[in-house]
Design a binder for this molecule. Structure first.
Ligand SMILES: [Zn+2]
Length: 155
């Protein structure tokens, strides 16, 4: 089966930001508003497989994607989640980091013991965005990245 995160066509509607090594996409099944993913363009499973160029670029790219996601969700708080391997709950075997903007009384727990339970429940029950919903959200994210371009370039 083809990897969902290697498929250009599958990501065409979801991608809102990229550089030479990484892309940022909006999650098709967002558990909170602004739930995005950071994905290396190269198919690797683990953070330990990042090459020199990707390692140097990673924090800067992540900051840019996080900045845009936070503007979109209108908050300063977020969870950043990596699951590597079956035993950690990795579903798609292509490295990806979840950015989940957080707000008081949102869908997810703050306490991490409860957080993972609420995250798993939401992932299983949340509705999949339609293509027009996704297109509208991605267009808003692209506008935000353009509006704040100067600030984002410094991150
Ligand atoms: Zn892949």
């Amino acid at each position: 089966m083809e990897c969902a995160f290697c498929s250009e066509t599958a990501l065409k509607f979801e991608k809102f930001y990229e550089d030479k090594n990484f892309i940022a996409i909006y999650n098709l099944r967002p558990v909170v508003k602004g739930h995005c993913l950071i994905i290396p363009k190269r198919h690797i499973e683990s953070m330990l497989e990042l090459n020199d160029s990707e390692r140097k670029d990673f924090i800067s790219f992540s900051n840019k994607a996080i900045f845009i996601a936070l503007k979109y969700a209108n908050t300063n708080d977020f969870d950043l989640l990596l699951q590597k391997g079956e035993n950690a709950g990795q579903s798609i075997k292509h490295l990806h980091f979840h950015i989940m903007p957080r707000k008081r009384n949102d869908n997810l727990a703050v306490n991490k013991k409860e957080f993972f339970q609420s995250f798993a429940e939401k992932e299983n029950t949340v509705k999949t965005l339609t293509q027009s919903e996704m297109t509208a959200i991605v267009s808003e994210l692209k506008n935000l990245s353009e509006k704040h371009r100067v600030q984002i370039n410094e991150l």
